[in-house]
Design a protein around this ligand. Structure first.
Ligand SMILES: Nc1ncnc2c1ncn2[C@@H]1O[C@H](COP(=O)(O)OP(=O)(O)OP(=O)(O)O)[C@@H](O)[C@H]1O
Length: 302
């Protein structure tokens, strides 16, 4: 998916919120949009999801199907939770039986199975948010856009959404999100979209293959250290080739190193585990062999 010279203003002649945005969004990747309040993150996400059209420029190659969880979900709809989700699944091409099954399965996964027959207007804020998330995940989107989608969810549903993100990415989808919590999916982010002053800068995130050598202090051997904590009962997933044995730290966290080329696979496995692991940090590891990439400038980019 590609943005070329994309601009947006919310009314003709009004101020540009975004202008001249050029970016390429990779497949099978998580992208996090960051920026100050009112900088235009939600505006960017609505453009990416196709909810709003750009005022200038073009967006091409948007993966289909596309799904979007808005910051404010219109929960006061004349349906039950399951009825609404079934309707949504039908509009996305599922047959009635498959649509009902998908609706029920997503409500169960998010811990809202007991509210399947609850009218939407009677749902709590958290219940409404679960329906908002479920409607986005129903049709296995190839582009998933999440605007503060974790807000209002309970801990278990948040973890389920993390897992759903990992599943979508493992399936080749692009996931773009905004969240006020900097730890949300930390270490899993391929690209950060920095929104500031009408511009969007795409910078490598910690999970990008090959990002580690470009980071200050990193060696050219390209290993990264992953620090995780696990919920009670978490089992260690299969780790990719070349990973070190996990070592326990004093604070109960586990740390292991892995070749940068395999860090995405490890992060996906950790987040897709049931229950999922919490990825605390992904950091470059200096190369053990000084001849392999000694760089007095501290790993500056070539
Ligand atoms: N529908 C709209 N009509 C007019 N102005 C809008 C509309 N939506 C957003 N804006 C304006 O566009 C600018 C960017 O808003 P946006 O919601 O995209 O920012 P944000 O970075 O997501 O903010 P926050 O972090 O507070 O959610 C703001 O000045 C906002 O007031």
């Amino acid at each position: 998916m590609r943005l070329r010279g994309v601009g947006k203003r919310h009314r003709p002649g009004g101020p540009w919120v975004l202008r001249g945005v050029d970016a390429e969004l990779p497949e099978a990747a998580v992208l996090r949009a960051e920026g100050a309040n009112g900088s235009g993150k939600s505006t960017l996400l609505r453009l990416l999801a196709g909810i709003d059209a750009p005022s200038a420029g073009r967006i091409t190659g948007r993966p289909r199907p596309t799904a979007y969880v808005p910051e404010r979900f219109p929960a006061a709809l004349p349906f039950t939770a399951a009825g609404y989700l079934t309707h949504q699944a039908r509009t996305r091409g599922l047959r009635r039986g498959a649509a009902e099954r998908a609706a029920g399965e997503w409500l169960e996964r998010l811990g809202a199975g007991g509210h399947a027959r609850t009218p939407m207007v009677e749902l709590s804020k958290g219940g409404g948010q679960k329906v908002a998330v479920a409607q986005a995940l129903l049709a296995a989107p190839r582009l998933l856009v999440l605007d503060e989608a974790w807000t209002g969810l309970d801990v278990a549903a948040r973890a389920e959404l993390d897992r759903a993100v990992a599943e979508r990415v493992a399936d080749g989808a692009t996931v773009v999100y905004v969240d006020h919590d900097p730890r949300r999916l930390a270490g899993f982010v391929h690209t950060v979209l920095r929104v500031a002053g009408t511009e969007v800068a795409a910078v490598p995130g910690p999970a990008r293959d090959g990002a580690a050598p470009a980071a200050p202090g990193a060696g050219t051997a390209g290993r990264v250290a992953v620090t995780v904590t696990g919920p009670p009962g978490a089992t260690w997933p299969p780790v990719p080739p070349g990973a070190s044995a996990p070592e326990a730290g004093p604070d109960g966290a586990l740390r292991l190193t892995v070749p940068a080329a395999h860090s995405d696979a490890l992060l996906r496995a950790l987040l897709a585990a049931r229950p999922p692991w919490h990825v605390r940090a992904v950091e470059p590891v200096p190369a053990p062999d000084p001849a392999a990439g000694a760089d007095p400038a501290g790993g500056a980019r070539p």
